[in-house]
Design a protein around this ligand. Sequence first.
Ligand SMILES: C[S@@+](CC[C@H](N)C(=O)[O-])C[C@H]1O[C@@H](n2cnc3c(N)ncnc32)[C@H](O)[C@@H]1O
Length: 237
Amino acid sequence: MRPALSSGGANRSWQGVFAPADGGPEFWWREQVVERTVRAGRAVDGNIRGVIEDASRWDARYEGREMGQPAPPRGLHGIELPPPGRCLDVACGLGEQSVWAARRGFDVVALDVSPAAIKALRAGAREHGLADYIDARLVDLDEGLPDDVTGSCSLVICQRFRDVRLYPQLAQAARSGGVIVITVLSRVGASQPGPFHAPPGELVDAFSSLDVDIERSIEADGEATLVARRRQSEGSR
Ligand SMILES: C[S@@+](CC[C@H](N)C(=O)[O-])C[C@H]1O[C@@H](n2cnc3c(N)ncnc32)[C@H](O)[C@@H]1O
């Protein structure tokens, strides 16, 4: 029998504070965001609008949708994974990769700004009998990763979400020997490259200066994928 996930401790998650487990009225969530942002002294007409627009836009896409088939992240084929421990799924969406990881024995922390996505993920996790192994949190990644994930993850997944400010934190979330797999939109091979597409070499350039070894880099067809492994620290060799 696998142990249940702990509640997580100190972090910047909104889970339990801004989103009841069964979801909640969107207006209520918006009010909480505004209140929280004002409390934090952030500009109400700047970042807050961005956060609400992010969530609303994605909510509209996710509304009424259910989790699809569990699926591995892109690019992991043939990569040796460390023994299951904690897995972080960043910008998890409906959670197909979270469930894939939980099925493989990982205890997953899944993060997304969309209440509809988190609600669908929790429902999907229950259907797969994996609710105890997926800690789905409503989180604004503009504020960075929750503190409690740092250095704790055997596997870090970030698929189809790009924020260059997060790259160092993604590497730091992995424990020694932990694998990071990230896929972003890329200008390489894109039919209509836009502002969200990474310039060629962005992932390799960013992760080359971090404490990781790059095991795979693919840039083609409008997507870039990088697989990296956190270097072993002296004490863990
Ligand atoms: C293209 S989807 C990718 C979903 C999933 N990783 C996948 O590959 O299917 C991008 C995700 O990023 C989330 N997102 C966008 N802005 C965010 C933010 N500021 N904080 C947290 N999540 C965000 C969206 O809600 C959405 O689920």
